[in-house]
Write a protein that binds this ligand. Structure first.
Ligand code: SAM
Length: 218
């Protein structure tokens, strides 16, 4: 088994993935050759997001967790004219690499990096501004960031949250979880319960990658 699915299924789906071009391909190759250990979304999650973004036709996207800009650059291909991505990153090393990659891809006019902790920066963002929010940061913070995600989404907007199953641990009893992971386990469960029971959202948890949650704001 891989993290949450059978290996043979994951390998088969990944074999169907069309590799990206240019800077995105270079990032994938640097990671595959283990020259870099940058965290990026998994290929099957990238493909899933491409479908969602094609349907959603976003003008404004908010991302929480830039890392080196891979997913922001991928999402930028689906922006409507004049569309923009705002992406938040608190780790200076990641933000510097993201700036270099975004510059090399000539996407500086479409992607704006906000450097700092989302715990402080989210409060500065305008209400109902974004068509899509992609949350891909510290999993223990998802439940704290959720009210802001809902606030900044337009009605009809989509919240996409990555890594919600935490290698499958979230689906297990807390007594089977290592003590050090129990807080994250409880917070992720709280997050998933909240998005699936909030009357202003329609949500679904999809077991691809490390688990992706989709929440449509009514
Ligand atoms: N979305 C990226 C991609 O697929 O290319 C990967 C993001 S990586 C999984 C998570 C990133 O979130 C890390 O670079 C980490 O430094 C950042 N991060 C975690 N917690 C954060 C927070 N509270 N505020 C801002 N950035 C945060």
């Amino acid at each position: 088994m891989s993290e949450i699915n059978y290996d043979y299924i994951v390998q088969y789906i990944r074999a169907l993935h069309t590799p990206p071009e240019d800077v995105l391909l270079e990032i994938e190759q640097l990671i595959a050759s283990e020259k870099e250990t940058w965290p990026i979304i998994k290929p099957e999650v990238a493909d899933f997001m491409k479908v969602l973004l094609t349907m959603q036709k976003p003008k404004d996207i908010l991302e929480i967790g830039t890392a080196v800009g891979y997913s922001a650059m991928l999402m930028s291909e689906f922006l409507q004219e004049e569309g923009k991505i705002t992406t938040i990153e608190r780790f200076a090393y990641m933000a510097e690499n993201a700036k270099k990659n975004i510059k090399r891809a000539a996407l500086e006019d479409k992607i704006q990096i906000m450097e700092g902790d989302a715990a402080e920066l989210l409060a500065t963002l305008e209400d109902a501004k974004y068509d899509v929010v992609f949350m891909d940061c510290a999993k223990g913070q998802y439940i704290n960031f959720l009210p802001h995600c809902i606030r900044v989404l337009k009605p009809g907007g989509l919240l996409i949250t990555d890594n919600v199953l935490h290698k499958g641990a979230v689906a297990k009893s807390r007594y089977l979880i290592d003590r050090r992971q129990r807080t994250t386990h409880a917070r992720l469960r709280d997050f998933l319960y909240t998005i699936t029971h909030d009357p202003c959202l329609v949500s679904s948890v999809v077991p691809i990658g490390d688990g992706v949650a989709l929440s449509y704001k009514k």
